[in-house]
Design a protein around this ligand. Structure first.
Ligand code: FAD
Length: 448
C-alpha cells in the first residue's frame, strides 16, 4: 500500500444501501476504502428519500435468504429497538419491516467506521477519469482529488459507468419509460386509539420494541374505495389507485412515513425534470395529507412533520454486463453457478404514466439468484464494478431486486470483488467468482 494519503484501494461512489455494503465488505477484506456520499447522511433512498423500511426480499416465508452485512445491520436495528420485525409465526405481522431512519444512519456510519472505511459525507463526485493500468482519478466537487485502484459505482444511476463508456439501457425495453417517482414524507401525530377503533387492522403490536404502531400498506377493499371516490369527486388527483404505505417510525409510533404519490417524468437524471418532479411531489404531499385527515381513521389531526430530502427515484439506467437478468429468471427462481446474492421480492412495477402497479410473486419458500456477471460491465474500464439497482438486468427484473435488502447484498459482493481485484492486481472481470463466493460464505452471506 502506498503512503499517499489520497490513494485508496477502493473508492465507493454513493452511500445508499449498495454502497454501504460494498464499502464495509471491501474494507473488511483488507482494502483501504473511501465511501463518498453527496448527502449529509448515508442510506440513499432509505434515509434521504424516507423509504425507511426493508421490503421482504430477505425472508421467503420460510427462511432468511439474505444475511451478511444486511443481516448484521438488521440485528443492530433490533438491538436498538429501531425496527418492527417480521415474526414468522405471528398472525398479524409486518410483511415489510419499517426502521427508524435516524438510527439506521447512525448504525451504518458506525459499521463503516468499525470496518475502517473513510466515510466522506457532503461530498459530491464531479468526475472520474480512468486510464489503462493506472489508478482512477476522482475529482470531488470542491477541488479535492482522490485516486483509486478500483471504483465501485453505487450511484444508483450508474453515473460513473455511463460516463466511462460502459454500455447501458434506460428504462423499459422499447419505450425507455421509467417507473414513476414518489416524494415520501413523515406525518404526525397519529391517534392510535382512533385508528384502532375505525380501522382495526391498521394498528399492530411489535414484541421486540413493545410498541403499538401504525401499519397500513397495499391494497385494501374499503380504503381503495375512498381513494377512488376522492379521485372521482376531484379532491384527489394523485395518479395512484391505492396507498402504498403509511408506516410508524419505530421509537416514535405516532409518527409515520408515507409512500403515496406518483410523478412520471422521462429522465430522472435530468436536473430540470427532477426539479419539476419535486415541485409536483410537494403538491401531492399537501393533497395526500388533506385526504388522510378527511378519510383515514386516526389521521384526522396529522400534519406534515418532514418532507424527504429528495424525491425517490426508482429507476434510470441498467449497465449491460456479462449477464443480463430477466423477468423469466426471477419468476422461475433461476439458480446460477456464480450466485452472489439471493432475492425473493416480487416483480413490482409501478407503471409509468398510469395509476396501477403490477405485482408478480414468487411461490412461498422460493427465491432466485443474482449472478456475479450482472455486476461486471461488458466493456469499459478494467477497474470499475457496478453495485445496486443499476446492475445488468431488464427493467422488469430490476423492479424485483431494487429493494434495499437485495441491493445491500449485491453491494457486499461488489465490495468483495473490488478488494479481490486489488489483492490479485487483476482486472475486475478476471476475478474468480468462486473466490468471491468463498469470502461471502465465510462472512455470513447466504448463497444457498
Ligand atoms: C419511492 C421509493 C419507494 C421505495 N420503497 C422501498 C421499500 O419500501 N422498501 C425497500 O426495501 N426498498 C424500497 N425502494 C427501493 C430502494 O430504496 C432503492 O432501490 C435502493 O435504495 C437502491 O439502492 P442503491 O444503493 O442502488 O441506490 P440509492 O439508494 O439511490 O443510493 C445511491 C446514492 O448515491 C449517491 N450519489 C449519487 N451520485 C453521487 C455523486 N456524484 N457523488 C456522491 N454521491 C452520489 C446518492 O446521493 C445516493 O445516496 C423504494 C425506492 C423508491 C424510490
Amino acid at each position: 500500500m502506498s503512503n499517499t494519503p489520497n490513494l485508496y484501494d477502493v473508492v465507493v461512489a454513493g452511500g445508499g444501501p449498495s454502497g454501504i455494503g460494498a464499502a464495509i465488505a471491501a474494507s473488511r477484506a483488507g482494502s483501504r476504502v473511501a465511501l463518498i456520499e453527496r448527502w449529509p447522511v448515508l442510506g440513499g433512498m432509505g434515509t434521504v428519500a424516507l423509504v425507511n423500511n426493508f421490503c421482504p426480499a430477505h425472508f421467503d416465508g420460510e427462511r432468511f435468504i439474505i444475511g451478511g452485512i444486511f443481516g448484521e445491520l438488521r440485528q443492530r436495528l433490533i438491538a436498538r429497538k429501531a425496527i418492527y420485525t417480521y415474526q414468522p409465526l405471528a398472525t398479524t405481522n409486518p410483511i415489510i419491516e419499517p426502521y427508524n431512519p435516524d438510527v439506521f444512519a447512525e448504525e451504518v456510519v458506525a459499521m463503516c467506521c468499525e470496518a475502517g472505511v473513510d466515510v466522506m459525507l457532503n461530498t459530491k463526485i464531479a468526475t472520474v477519469t480512468f486510464e489503462r493500468a493506472q489508478p482512477a482519478t476522482i475529482a470531488l466537487a470542491g477541488g479535492l482529488t482522490l485516486t483509486a485502484r478500483v471504483v465501485v459505482d453505487a450511484t444508483g444511476d450508474a453515473l460513473i459507468a455511463h460516463r466511462a463508456g460502459v454500455p447501458s439501457t434506460f428504462g423499459k425495453e422499447g419505450t425507455h419509460d421509467v417507473m414513476p417517482l414518489t416524494f415520501c414524507y413523515m406525518l404526525g401525530q397519529i391517534d392510535l386509539q382512533a385508528a384502532k377503533a375505525g380501522l382495526p387492522e391498521s394498528v399492530r403490536y411489535d414484541k421486540g420494541t413493545g410498541e403499538e404502531f401504525y401499519y397500513f400498506s397495499g391494497w385494501h377493499p374499503v380504503v381503495d374505495q375512498w381513494v377512488k371516490q376522492a379521485r372521482e369527486d376531484g379532491s384527489l388527483s394523485i395518479p395512484r389507485d391505492h396507498i402504498s404505505a403509511i408506516l410508524s417510525v419505530p421509537g416514535k409510533p405516532q409518527f409515520a412515513t408515507v409512500n403515496f404519490g406518483r410523478v412520471t417524468i422521462a429522465d430522472p437524471t435530468d436536473p430540470a425534470q427532477l426539479t419539476a418532479a419535486e415541485a409536483e411531489g410537494r403538491r401531492q404531499i399537501e393533497e395526500g395529507i388533506r385526504f388522510f385527515r378527511k378519510h383515514i381513521p386516526g389521521l384526522a389531526n396529522v400534519e406534515l412533520v418532514q418532507a424527504a430530502r429528495q424525491i425517490g427515484v426508482r429507476e434510470t439506467r441498467q449497465i449491460i454486463g456479462l449477464y443480463t437478468l430477466t423477468a423469466e429468471d426471477v419468476l422461475s427462481g433461476r439458480q446460477f453457478d456464480d450466485v452472489i446474492a439471493q432475492c425473493c421480492y416480487p416483480i413490482d412495477i409501478h407503471e409509468p404514466g398510469k395509476d396501477t402497479t403490477i405485482m408478480k410473486r414468487l411461490p412461498r419458500g422460493t427465491h432466485y439468484d443474482i449472478p456475479w456477471r450482472c455486476l461486471i460491465p461488458r466493456s469499459g474500464p478494467d477497474n470499475l464494478i457496478v453495485a445496486g439497482r443499476s446492475v445488468s438486468a431488464t427493467s422488469d427484473a430490476m423492479s424485483s431486486f431494487r429493494v434495499s435488502p437485495s441491493v445491500m447484498a449485491i453491494g457486499e459482493a461488489a465490495g468483495v470483488t473490488a478488494a479481490r481485484a486489488v489483492e490479485c492486481h487483476c482486472a475486475i472481470r478476471d476475478v474468480n467468482p468462486a473466490d468471491v463466493q468463498h469470502r461471502l460464505n465465510a462472512t455470513g452471506a447466504i448463497l444457498m
